[in-house]
Ligand binder design. Sequence first.
Ligand code: RP5
Length: 165
Amino acid sequence: MTANKPQVAVIMGSASDWETMRYACEMLDRFEVPYMKQVVSAHRTPELMGEFAHNARANGLKIIIAGAGGAAHLPGMVAAQTTLPVIGVPVRSHALSGWDSLLSIVQMPGGIPVATTAVGNSGATNAGLLAVSMLSMNDERLADALQAYRDELKEKVEQSNAELI
Ligand code: RP5
């Protein structure tokens, strides 16, 4: 029972962010890390956001991955209301290609950190990996699995080089 309790929360400002945030979930699935996912909007559901952030640690969560686009206040406002680590994923916006999302998330005032990833799908992938990496500090299975993942990436590069010749 305890083993399946979510350790990571993947939250996003809108269901429209799922196409990006699913890459974070894919990584958590790959490494068999239990997680929960939910739409929590800083602007449309501010009370829910506050409740979620305030209760996150007591609910057994260890890391929060928060994705948002445009006026992307969700990661910062969640970080303001919890002392758990928050990883922010800037979702690519239609109007400004994600520059707005990136700058909204990355430029936090001193004292309230958000670990910000790249914009878009690779940022979401890396958010998942970063969460696994944090958990691997106290989990040998995850440390070994991460090493195997890196070895796989290396093998793919070697394979592509072999095919070039
Ligand atoms: C943000 O506004 C969300 O994170 C999303 O990226 C963006 C657009 O939301 P929708 O209008 O698609 O719901 O709050």
